[in-house]
Write a protein that binds this ligand. Structure first.
Ligand SMILES: Cc1cc2nc3c(=O)[nH]c(=O)nc-3n(C[C@H](O)[C@H](O)[C@H](O)COP(=O)(O)OP(=O)(O)OC[C@H]3O[C@@H](n4cnc5c(N)ncnc54)[C@H](O)[C@@H]3O)c2cc1C
Length: 436
């Protein structure tokens, strides 16, 4: 901005030091803005968090895979000195009706034909605003196909089939299918953010919970929980859609109706990872994912291809199943071991158990769940309304604001942060594919 020949640097406050916030701040610094990042927790990464010391490799509590090679996370992988390891679905297993068979064998057989056909054709859906479960029930899809889909689609989207909307797949499927091409890294996943962090590290203030955002004037006043306030020419809020839904900071004036409708219309459910360490391996040597017809729908071997020697399985449950389990108030570790005993045989898992770690993302006060997904009623306009800036001063980023089918991912979050930074710098926006 130029006043009488003096160039005034834009003061920008970025709320959140997750992937979106760091990516936004890095672009703003490059654009010569005066940037401060306020982060409520005591660490960077948000929904990217690596657990070190549990096994001989880092185990991911949040994001674990890089989805596809055509996105803006991939250049950061190279800059961070990390190496992508391809996850081949040939190493996936399915358990149904007491059988444990490879995904390849299941594909060649008849039993799960309806499930594979559903996955192949879901993008052509033009029916009513149903959930996937409503569709499957109306089609009399058998239980074993239903269970596979609950893991393959429900868990993949951080929910359960009774919440996942059919229409969300329309026009979205191409990018969703890119998630077929998955990679992991040997390094802690959070290290992939290092190239961004190198630029913005000294601008982050931790333990800084934003309680109120006053955005009605030419500048924004951001008030912290302790009462301190900061003034800025622009603010980018990157907290999750569940944080906005469940209260979040107070906005003054209140968010307009279309923003509130968007928040209420985009799904984001709870979920947890249960990490289980064993004395020895009892699952097939080549197994990566296990899609199971037990109550816990999905297990995987996080060490696969990453050179770990510790025997660890991750159990993942989301949506209404995760809520159901939490409300039962049972011992989650014992429950998970019981599920594995059912799959692999009497006391095979429980008899070899060493140690566990439970990461319940629903209980994280500044995240409150997994990641956004389409409900039955979600329409593309809801993501547009969530992303729309207000009053020329209040901007929104974060994975849920992605409009090109990359929501729920790290690269979608990065692209959204860069889009919001471009709005402020008034430079050309980047596409979410983020080909820069
Ligand atoms: C279990 C799990 C598995 C996943 N697996 C994958 C995967 O394999 N691949 C993939 O690409 N993606 C995966 N994701 C999704 C991915 O992690 C997210 O899409 C992405 O990290 C979101 O980044 P973000 O910056 O939008 O939000 P966040 O990471 O949520 O960052 C927002 C930040 O804002 C802070 N904040 C919120 N409110 C306030 C406030 N009032 N004041 C100050 N700070 C505040 C929060 O503390 C947080 O640090 C997974 C997520 C989870 C939870």
């Amino acid at each position: 901005m130029r006043f009488g020949g003096v160039v005034k640097r834009k003061r920008v406050v970025v709320i959140g030091a997750g992937a979106a916030g760091l990516a936004a701040a890095e672009r703003l610094v490059a654009g010569n803005a005066d940037v401060a990042i306020l982060e409520a927790s005591d660490r960077v990464g948000g929904r990217i968090r690596s657990l070190e010391g549990f096994a001989d490799i880092p185990i991911e509590l949040g994001a674990e895979e890089v989805h596809g090679l055509e996105n803006c996370l991939v250049p950061l992988v190279g800059q961070a000195g990390a190496e992508l390891l391809r996850h081949e679905t040939v190493h996936d297993y399915i358990r149904y009706d007491g059988k444990l068979i490879s995904l390849e064998a299941a594909r060649a057989g008849e039993d799960l034909r309806e499930a594979f056909e559903f996955v192949a054709n879901v993008s052509h859906y033009d029916g009513p605003a149903w959930t996937v479960e409503q569709y499957l029930v109306a089609r009399h899809v058998p239980g074993h196909a239903w269970h596979y889909l609950d893991s393959r689609l429900g868990v993949e989207h951080g929910t359960t089939l009774d919440r996942l909307g059919m229409r969300g797949f329309v026009g979205y499927e191409r990018n969703w299918q890119l998630r077929e091409e998955n990679y992991t890294v040997r390094q802690p996943y959070v290290r992939l953010l290092d190239p961004l962090l190198a630029v913005v590290q000294d601008r982050i203030r931790f333990g800084a919970t934003v309680a109120r955002i006053e955005w009605g004037g030419v500048e924004v006043v951001v008030r912290l929980a302790g009462g301190e306030q900061r003034r800025a020419d622009a603010v980018i809020f990157t907290g999750s859609v569940a944080v906005l839904r469940d209260g979040g900071p107070e906005f003054v004036p209140a968010l307009p109706p279309e923003k509130r409708e968007a928040v209420a219309s985009i799904g984001m459910d709870g979920g947890m990872k249960i990490l289980l360490k064993f004395r020895k391996r009892f699952w097939p040597a080549d197994m990566y994912f296990l899609h199971s017809d037990t109550f816990l729908p999905q297990f995987w071997n996080p060490g696969k291809g990453r050179g770990g020697r510790t025997h660890v399985l991750t159990a993942f449950v989301s949506g209404t199943r995760a809520d159901f389990l939490r409300n039962l108030e049972i011992d989650l570790v014992e429950f998970a071991l019981g599920e594995l005993d059912r799959v692999f045989g009497e006391r095979v898992a429980s008899g070899n158990f060493k140690e566990a770690y439970v990461a319940d993302w629903t209980m994280e006060p500044f995240i409150r769940g997994l990641y956004s997904f389409p409900l039955a009623q979600t329409e593309p306009r809801h993501r547009e309304a969530l992303a729309a800036p207000l009053g020329g001063v209040l901007h929104f980023a974060g994975e849920a604001t992605d409009m090109e089918g990359h929501s729920g991912t790290v690269h979608g979050a990065i692209a959204s942060g860069r889009r919001a930074a471009a709005e402020i710098l008034e430079t050309a926006g980047l596409s979410a594919g983020c080909r820069s």
